[in-house]
Design a protein around this ligand. Structure first.
Ligand code: UDP
Length: 413
């Protein structure tokens, strides 16, 4: 695995640490359990990090020196990708893996570079984009801080890799629009840790009659402001004893006000006169997340766009209904009126109406929660996602070697 900015060992909730970190960690663990030898290559962003960390049998993380040994925003990492590729190729030495799986477009560049070195073995590359520059640009316009080279390098990665794993059906259409042949695209969604996220267990305490919850990196595109804008509308509908708990942001920067997005959200809440209903909780460690999810009447995910979205799966696994914008992966994971309510994107009144419907109807909440739990358990376990990913690996290897593989017990990735 190559995951340039998103280490499986990082704390989650900061601007650049979220779903990709979870995905790479959980998928790697599930693949190691299935008998593969997995190495995750990521950039060293702290001088204290050891070169190698053994996570469990068959799974290690290797930190490669590529750029400063400190946090560098992901949009400033492109110049270090050749160094990352070199470090990966050096680590392989004379024993390259059977296959390399890159996460995010820049990891794709490094993986292709490492896997196609003149004189070296050609290592097949599987790519998961996690997010696409075309979609980001469409929504963020001039606010998009991606390096300008992403415009042509990302499609070039898509064309050059052996196979792409899209995380949702919507992404397949986006890839096609980028000129990528759908025949080389497989779909495997993200999964959810069903040990950690379950309906059984104590909910965290809550201060008001109702709690709605927003969880995620504190970046504008997650649309947390839209949920704040729904609060006055909920009041008008008679629901005034509602807390909006906002989880996310690096460390406690959201709580101290050091985080600019947190400041923007607090100011908005003040302008709308709902500041006493909004709690910015900051970063929450994985092990506390399920209790917080269980304490909510509904989890609201209102992003402008979403390549997948693990939070709704975590909410569903905890038996909590989800109100989600009908974009990207959320239309695959959340079943409208089955496990939650889908609403049009960027629409605070639709969010307010959906939340009001749920708050008014405990039976509906329970029914959607039960169905969500079942859907998460049957469709989105990491074991199942790993099995689907393995199928994509097998197709890749069959394509590049021209023969079908034997069962991959013990194969190296
Ligand atoms: N998360 C966390 N603590 C926080 C904020 C987020 O553990 O304070 C986790 C959250 O539970 C989820 C992931 O970060 O597992 C966010 O993933 P998602 O796919 O929803 O969003 P992304 O970060 O990929 O945009």
């Amino acid at each position: 695995m190559v995951s340039e900015h998103a280490s499986p060992l990082a704390a989650l909730g900061g601007v650049d640490a979220g779903g990709q970190n979870v995905h790479v960690a959980a998928l790697s663990i599930a693949l190691a359990r299935r008998g593969h030898d997995v190495t995750v290559y990521t950039r060293r962003d702290d001088p204290e990090l050891p070169r190698e960390v053994l996570i469990r049998p068959r799974l290690k993380v290797v930190h490669i020196d590529a750029g400063p040994a400190s946090h560098v925003p992901k949009d400033a990492l492109l110049p270090y990708m050749d160094r990352l590729a070199e470090g990966i190729a050096d680590d392989w030495g004379a024993r390259p893996p059977d296959l390399v799986h890159a996460h995010f477009w820049m990891s794709g560049l490094a993986a292709l570079d490492a896997g196609r070195r003149p004189g070296g073995a050609r290592v097949p590359v599987v790519q998961t984009f996690h997010a696409l520059g075309t979609v980001k640009r469409r929504h963020q316009g001039s606010e998009d801080t991606s390096p300008s080279q992403r415009r042509w390098l990302e499609p070039a990665v898509g064309r050059s890799v052996d196979r792409i794993i899209a995380t949702c059906s919507d992404e397949v259409f986006e890839l096609k629009a980028m000129g990528i042949d759908p025949a080389k695209v497989s779909i495997a969604p993200c999964g959810v840790d069903l040990q950690l996220f379950a309906a059984l267990g104590a909910p965290a305490p809550r201060p008001r009659a109702h709690r709605i919850l927003s969880v995620g990196r504190l970046v504008p595109r997650k649309g947390v402001d839209l949920v704040i804008r729904a609060l006055p509308l909920l009041r008008e509908a008679g629901f005034d004893d509602v807390e909006l708990l906002i989880v996310g942001g690096g460390g406690d920067a959201a709580v101290t006000g050091a985080d600019p997005e947190a400041r923007r959200l607090s100011e908005l809440a003040r302008e709308l006169g709902v500041e006493n209903q909004v709690t910015l909780r900051g970063q929450v460690p994985r092990e506390d997340m399920a209790g917080i999810l269980r304490s909510a009447d509904a989890v609201v995910c209102a992003p402008w766009y979403e390549p997948f979205g693990i939070v709704p799966l975590e909410a569903m696994a905890c038996g909590v209904p989800v109100v989600a914008a009908a974009v990207g992966g959320l239309t695959d994971s959340v079943v409208d009126r089955g496990t939650g309510l889908l609403v049009p994107p960027q629409d605070p009144s639709a969010i307010a109406a959906a939340v009001a419907e749920l708050l008014a109807d405990p039976d509906l909440r329970a029914e959607l929660g039960r169905a969500g739990q079942q859907r998460a358990r049957t469709r989105f376990s990491w074991e199942r996602v790993a099995a689907e990913t393995e199928k994509a690996y097998q197709l890749t290897l069959a394509g590049s070697a021209g023969t079908l593989l034997e069962p991959m017990e013990g194969a190296a990735l």
